[in-house]
Structure formats: C-alpha cells, structure tokens
Design a protein. Sequence first.
Length: 124
Amino acid sequence: MTSRQLLLAALAVVIAQAWYMSELRSDLAESQRDNKALSQSLRIQSDMQIRANAIDTQRYKELKDAKNEVADLQRAVAAGTKRLQLNANCGKAKATGSSSMADGGRARLTDSDVLYYLIICYGL
C-alpha cells in the first residue's frame, strides 16, 4: 500500500469515527431529553400519589368517625340514654266496642325502624 492510500484510509477511518461520534452525541442528547421528561413525569406522579394518599387517609378517618358515631347512637338509643325525636302522627285506634280509648303507651319506633332511621340520617 502506498502512503497515499494509507493516508486516504486513515482519513476515511477518521471521518467514519467523527460521523459515529456525532450519532452517539445525538443519541445521548435524545436520551437525556427523554430522561428529563420521565423524571418530571415521575415527580408529578409521586406528588399526585402523595396527595391521593392524604385524601384517602382523611376520607377513611371521616368514615370511621361517622361509623363510630352511628354505633354510639345505636347503643345509646338501645340503652335508653338517648331518644330519637321525630315528627309523627298517631293513627286513630280501631274501635272494637262501643267505647274506644287509645293505647296509653308512648309512640315508639320498632328496633328495625331505629336502625333504618340511623342508616338514612347518617348515610351508612
């Protein structure tokens, strides 16, 4: 091989390496852009996860407190320490004889009605 051919071969190798290095730099720049975008997306997702967990924790506490309050009210009504106040009309008693008198007891909800009332009022 002549020196001229060697010089051309060396020049071709240098040009190929320069082109290859240019492609590598381009790929590196693209990878870095993608990495930044993914890192930002990950930070946003992490922040949203933290916020969602805080909301879940708050909602769980509210639900637990409401259930405890309903259970306390149910126990208090069952024990007679608290009473339910309702607007109700008493129906007329059926006459069984010549004279009829209403039952002297107080109007009261059945146990299933008390439970239903608590479920409706407190959404549980």
